[in-house]
Design a protein around this ligand. Sequence first.
Ligand SMILES: CC(C)(COP(=O)(O)OP(=O)(O)OC[C@H]1O[C@@H](n2cnc3c(N)ncnc32)[C@H](O)[C@@H]1OP(=O)(O)O)[C@@H](O)C(=O)NCCC(=O)NCCS
Length: 195
Amino acid sequence: MSDAAVSAPVFSTVAEGDLSLDDHEAIASMLAQAFPSYDHWYLSARSWAGMQPERRVIARVDDVVVAHAGLRRQFVAVGTTDLLVAAVGMVAVSPDVQKTGLGAELLRHVDTALTDLRVPFGVLETGEAVQGFYRSAGWLPLERDGLPITGHFTAFSADGAGVLVTQQEGWLAREGTSALAEWPEGVLHWNGQMV
Ligand SMILES: CC(C)(COP(=O)(O)OP(=O)(O)OC[C@H]1O[C@@H](n2cnc3c(N)ncnc32)[C@H](O)[C@@H]1OP(=O)(O)O)[C@@H](O)C(=O)NCCC(=O)NCCS
């Protein structure tokens, strides 16, 4: 077991502009390990894959980042409504210390960050395999008449090319200043990359 697994991690929530080059490198290093299929994106100090976040929730043991989430406020289109949301992404725990409750603690700090950002909703999109993780922390599936909503976003690409992706399930929301019942009707158009 690594040292990171035996010392208590210290959480902080940091504005993007306050991160140093060392911080970006430490975050990118952990994200490359947690998302091995995407490690060609998290190179050197590039600590984001799609949209760069505006705030990070970071847990460290000494200088080592062991958990991370990124948040960014933005307007998205839902039907005919322009809706302010906070995108949440790059949610990860270092493989050394996964399944020890750190992910759940990370999401509690994300909740606090969402409250501080005063947004109606936090939003993320995820595969079926990890939906249980988010649901157990209070994230709710975005549905209309019992069916998952459809959303379009621009896929991440390290070289800058953008490809429109349609995702017909896996959209989750965390209630912020609005209740889920207030989510507008219609197809979600992210109109850009997600965090
Ligand atoms: C997903 C991830 C962040 C979970 O972190 P973790 O520290 O292992 O999770 P925890 O130990 O805090 O588990 C919290 C709860 O979520 C559940 N959970 C964890 N991973 C899960 C998964 N993949 N699927 C379903 N439930 C999961 C746990 O069983 C636990 O539930 P409980 O409280 O009822 O026991 C971590 O596995 C990870 O970094 N994975 C790789 C990156 C990734 O897939 N990120 C999500 C991208 S959308």
